[in-house]
Design a binder for this molecule. Structure first.
Ligand code: GDP
Length: 425
């Protein structure tokens, strides 16, 4: 029996989906415990290439049960769309291998409107939201102004509850933003076209997890985004609206008593960041464009070009600490093969002083990167499967990062495919 969380150490997009897809072989259950459809995992395996947003990355393995926990922003419309896409690519999704927590709050149709309207109001002060309604959803969840998935089994109660929420939300939509109000007909169509479709998958997943653990099954907890986007520990206010940290996994999964035994932190061999906010190690100009192109760094959900930079040791060390990572998977090392010299942001300079400490969010605005250069290896490493076969310069790069962040790098990924991995344990 093992309970393992796979989490992002940086800004997200580290390649968590790829690691979950690889490691699920040893697990019986995969649980998504936070976040929504606002980011995406790309998974490439023998069945094809898949862009997952809400679905857990264990859906490709037979005998793995996938759970969307209560901490997730459960968007019935987007989930149903994603399920149809994946099923059209030949993946079976049944109530036996996909279960939605009856305690998951539903992302309601107006949450997307609220996101869009607020970004418009903010104009040039916007945060770069993906407009999937995630922030308005979580605010309403904590105000207890959403619907639980389990309420779909109580149709009379559901309609009355929705009517109350609609009356409340229409006040903000019409009076604050001057937008159109919702009607019950619109909400009934939403129930019919989205909620009814996912209803067969809604279950008491907390009870399922407790029983699975009692039977000695192993559970993998899958996170979205990374440490620096955590609501409490990230770069406020440029964070997401949920906790992306392993410590939240037991709560958001529906199994509050779960003991997480392993935390695999996923780190990319260089840095990327989507959206606004301080990004100390950012590269610009041709150097950035070349890295972006080589790394295919365009958002899985939005197609937006990602901001790029060298690996940031200060931020990564902080991310490892926040996640209490027990081991690290370093991904996309192959992308750096084109570089003559590999930049590494080893320290920050704040107020003229060099520091290893990750600063308070506001102080990040004035932090400057201190960059050192490592020798490149200048050859294709995508076919390497054994540590001793990696060029010395690539080994030195990995070992330097390992020493600086103080956590063992047990996986080195050298390609997007499932088998493109070097295991060091
Ligand atoms: P996630 O949200 O953390 O799963 O990350 P994304 O899916 O947004 O980004 C990771 C991207 O890099 C995906 O397109 C993966 O297929 C790809 N990828 C993951 N690991 C590697 C690797 O080691 N090498 C290369 N070339 N691509 C990788």
């Amino acid at each position: 029996m093992k309970n393992c969380a796979i989490v992002g150490i940086n800004w997200g997009d580290e390649g968590k989906g790829r690691m979950v897809d690889l490691l699920t072989e040893d697990y019986d259950v995969v649980v998504r415990f936070q976040g929504g459809g606002n980011a995406g995992h790309t998974v490439i395996n023998e069945r094809g290439k898949f862009a997952l947003h809400l679905l857990p990355s264990g859906i490709f393995r037979e005998n793995v049960v996938n759970i969307l926990g209560n901490g997730v922003a459960m968007d019935p419309e987007n989930l149903w769309k994603e399920m149809q896409e994946v099923m059209s690519q030949g993946v079976d999704l049944t109530p036996d291998n996909l279960k939605i927590s009856d305690r998951a709050s539903l992302l309601l149709p107006w949450h997307r409107d609220m996101d869009e309207l607020e970004e418009m109001r903010l104009a040039d002060k916007k945060f770069g939201s993906t407009k999937q309604g995630i922030a308005p959803f979580y605010s309403d969840k904590y105000q207890k102004k959403t619907i639980l998935a389990g309420e779909l089994f109580y149709p009379e109660h559901l309609k009355a509850h929705l009517a109350d929420l609609m009356e409340w939300k229409n006040l903000t939509l019409t009076k604050v933003y001057g937008a159109k109000p919702y009607t019950m007909e619109m909400l009934e169509a939403w129930i019919e076209n989205a909620c009814e479709k996912i209803k067969p998958y809604v279950a008491n997943t907390g009870a399922f997890l407790k029983k699975a653990q009692a039977e000695g099954k192993s559970i993998l907890f899958e996170a979205q985004l990374g440490s620096l986007r955590d609501l409490d520990y990230g770069i406020h206010p440029y964070t997401t609206s949920s906790n992306t940290t392993a410590a939240y996994a037991p709560i958001g999964s529906g199994f509050p008593g779960a003991k997480i035994t392993d935390v695999v932190g996923v780190v990319k061999a260089y840095s990327t960041c989507v959206g606004e906010g301080p990004f100390v190690c950012e590269m610009f100009g041709d150097e950035a464009e070349e890295l972006r192109k080589n790394g295919f760094e365009y958002g899985a959900k939005t197609g937006r070009p990602r901001r790029v930079g060298p690996i940031d040791i200060v931020a990564t060390r902080y991310g490892v600490e926040v996640q209490a990572a027990t081991e690290i998977a370093l991904t996309k090392l192959d992308i750096l093969s084109y570089m003559d010299k590999i930049p590494v942001c080893t320290h920050y300079e704040v107020d003229g002083k060099q520091t290893d400490e990750f600063p308070f969010p506001v102080a990040l605005n004035d932090a400057k990167p201190v960059v050192e250069y490592f020798d490149g290896w200048k050859c294709d490493i995508t076919g390497v499967r054994k540590w001793e076969d990696l060029p010395k310069a690539a080994q030195d790069y990995v070992l330097f990062i390992e020493k600086e962040i103080g956590c063992p790098i047990t996986y080195v990924s050298v390609g997007a495919e499932r088998e493109s991995i070097i295991i060091r344990k």
